[in-house]
Ligand binder design. Structure first.
Ligand code: SF4
Length: 94
């Protein structure tokens, strides 16, 4: 795989405990079929173990200028890939 064009490399950080997705994000994910009506995530190719881990991760998003849960970042149109603990982000305006 060649080098993807991206503007930012955003470090993925971890924090303790469970973190809930906001209702806004949930609604968005339901609309795009990534979450079922019961609020269970359905991400292709992501194992339950990985999901659990992802729920504790966040990024300091350079576009939205706030902390964003990794799951939200993962489904963001700017998300390109995850490489060595970093998100490659297109950095387009949202
Ligand atoms: S992919 Fe989206 S949420 Fe993640 S860092 Fe980039 S703009 Fe922020």
């Amino acid at each position: 795989m060649g080098e993807l064009e991206h503007k930012f490399e955003v470090e993925i950080k971890e924090r303790e405990g469970r973190h809930k997705l906001s209702d806004e994000v949930k609604a968005e994910m339901k609309k795009s079929g990534m979450m079922d009506e019961k609020g269970k995530l359905k991400l292709k190719g992501v194992s339950p173990k990985m999901l659990k881990r992802m729920k504790q991760e966040f990024v300091e998003c350079p576009v939205l200028k706030e902390d964003i849960q990794f799951i939200q970042c993962f489904v963001c149109p700017n998300f390109q890939s995850r490489v060595m603990g970093k998100v490659l982000c297109k950095g387009d305006k949202l």
